[in-house]
Write a protein that binds this ligand. Structure first.
Ligand SMILES: Cc1cc2nc3c(=O)[nH]c(=O)nc-3n(C[C@H](O)[C@H](O)[C@H](O)COP(=O)(O)OP(=O)(O)OC[C@H]3O[C@@H](n4cnc5c(N)ncnc54)[C@H](O)[C@@H]3O)c2cc1C
Length: 389
């Protein structure tokens, strides 16, 4: 997971100070103020400042979330601490709060170690952003791997129960486990920007323009702490994922080195694997489309992952969303055992290009028996969506 060690930067002549925590920005004096590894104060002047402080896991303020054994997964240290707990504390059962992609990935990692896994969340749907038919496949996959799911379970507090922990809902119902992983989402680390009065965007992320410049012309922001333009709506969105964070960092560097920069934005493309299932999405879901002023039509189709005569095929479910008024493609979702994750990229590019469903249905997508039917599942779905539009 370590892409580049700190010393690589130092060898390249960059004054990289790990263990330094910035606490304030003095925007008028153009300096940052904070504390170093031993707690010693430091101050550093800047001509331009880039805030790239990322996001932090949400930790509820309810009682018991600070008990030992209640953990979140963000940093390498979090991962090491969880591994160490598994090795030294005889963890037989883990409760995961949340059912997003980090929660799903953790459930798979824990089941691989033969640890019992229970997942709980307040809402009724496992993945509310996924079409119910596709979300049911995810639920089935979790059940098939003996992950117990408790939807509609809102944790009110966590208590010690002998050697174990007990998450208690408002109605008094309890779930016991040896470890509780809190994976209920993240929020942008925009506190520094807020204190200095920079404009904020969705979810209190730092508002930036297409060059990543904030409302202070000397301060830039990039990555999970900042917002972005959504390529489908043209409006601001906060979607904390790695590619767009990385791209935003490069864009700031290019811009400051004098290269013209205008970052298109995000389509909200995301993929993850849960056990043997690939789950993928790009663009808007129907509810988001409606909220953005579109008139969405949707279809869900099931197609083979390989050609008819090719052995070993499984089903890919494709859900497509289009706009009745403009005919534009608005979003796509896919779930399948093979060929779903990377296939979503074709739909993502179509969204960047602002294609209509008709144009997308005419795309010359690849065919060979091991990879799909003659008509790619995306094209089958696009043809069906055309009828619905
Ligand atoms: C378990 C997990 C799995 C993930 N999997 C995926 C995936 O499969 N695909 C995907 O696209 N994304 C994934 N992500 C999200 C991805 O990691 C983030 O989008 C990406 O790391 C954001 O990069 P960033 O540079 O903005 O922030 P970060 O990587 O969070 O870096 C922020 C840095 O700022 C530092 N910092 C914060 N505050 C201060 C301060 N006050 N002073 C000084 N330094 C500060 C932090 O210490 C940190 O080093 C995953 C995240 C997690 C936690």
């Amino acid at each position: 997971l370590v892409v580049r060690a700190a010393d690589k930067f130092r060898q390249a002549g960059i004054d990289m100070r790990t263990g330094h925590h910035v606490e304030h920005i003095d925007a008028a004096g153009r300096a940052v103020i904070g504390s170093g590894p031993e707690g010693q104060p430091f101050q550093m002047a800047y001509d331009r400042l880039l805030i790239a402080t990322g996001a932090s896991p949400i930790m509820p303020q309810q009682p018991g979330f600070d008990l030992p054994g209640v953990v979140a997964v963000k940093t390498m240290e979090d991962g090491r601490a969880i591994k160490s707990r598994l090795q030294h504390n005889a963890v037989k059962k883990t409760l995961i709060l949340g059912m997003g992609y980090i929660a799903m990935e953790m459930s798979e990692a824990l089941r691989a170690r033969d640890i019992e896994v229970v997942m709980a969340k307040p809402r009724a749907e496992v993945l509310p952003w996924l079409d119910p038919e596709l979300s049911d496949d995810v639920r089935r996959e979790l059940n098939d791997h003996m992950v117990e799911l408790y939807t509609g379970f809102a944790v009110d507090r966590i208590e010690s129960a002998g050697d174990r922990l007990k998450a208690v809902a408002a109605n008094g119902r309890g779930l016991e486990a040896d470890m509780v992983i809190v994976a209920i989402g993240v929020r942008p680390n925009s506190g520094l920007a807020m204190k200095v009065g920079l404009d904020l965007g969705p979810a209190q992320s730092i508002a930036v323009d297409r060059r990543m410049c904030t409302s202070d012309q000397f301060i830039y922001a990039a990555g999970d702490c900042a917002d972005a333009y959504h390529v489908v709506t043209g409006k601001k969105a906060w979607i904390p994922l790695a590619l767009r964070a990385n791209r935003a960092g490069w864009a700031v560097a290019d811009h400051l080195c004098g290269k013209p920069v205008s970052v298109q934005g995000v389509a909200g493309t995301g993929v993850f694997r849960v056990f043997d299932l690939e789950v993928a999405r790009t663009g808007l879901i129907a509810a988001e489309a409606r909220a953005a002023g579109f008139e969405p039509a949707t279809v869900t189709v099931s197609a083979r992952s390989r050609a008819h005569a090719h052995p070993g095929a499984s089903q890919i479910k494709v859900h497509l969303i289009g706009d009745k008024r403009s005919g534009r493609l608005l979003g796509a979702q896919m779930v399948g055992r093979e060929g779903a994750a990377l296939r979503i990229n074709a739909a993502a590019v179509a969204l960047h290009a602002g294609m209509t469903v008709e144009q997308f249905s005419q795309s010359d997508l690849a065919y060979a028996p091991p990879f799909g039917p003659t008509w790619d599942p995306l094209l089958v779905a696009a043809n069906q969506l055309l009828k619905a539009l």
